[in-house]
Design a binder for this molecule. Sequence first.
Ligand SMILES: [Zn+2]
Length: 68
Amino acid sequence: MPYGDNQGGGDFQRTWFDGDWACAKCGNKITRLPFKPDPSRLDQLLCQDCHREKRQAFRGGGGRSFGR
Ligand SMILES: [Zn+2]
């Protein structure tokens, strides 16, 4: 990541990765990811909705049944 480019700080620009994936949970199409997907985890990708749900479930406590 190039550092030293003065963009005023604060508003950090995210790099989006375009592609054609499917959500492992709801099957929704994923065309963009805020991170570079790991090729070995392409079948575990979550769409933004599911990702947010997962995070909320995490915070809600008692999320021990997660996983298989
Ligand atoms: Zn989903």
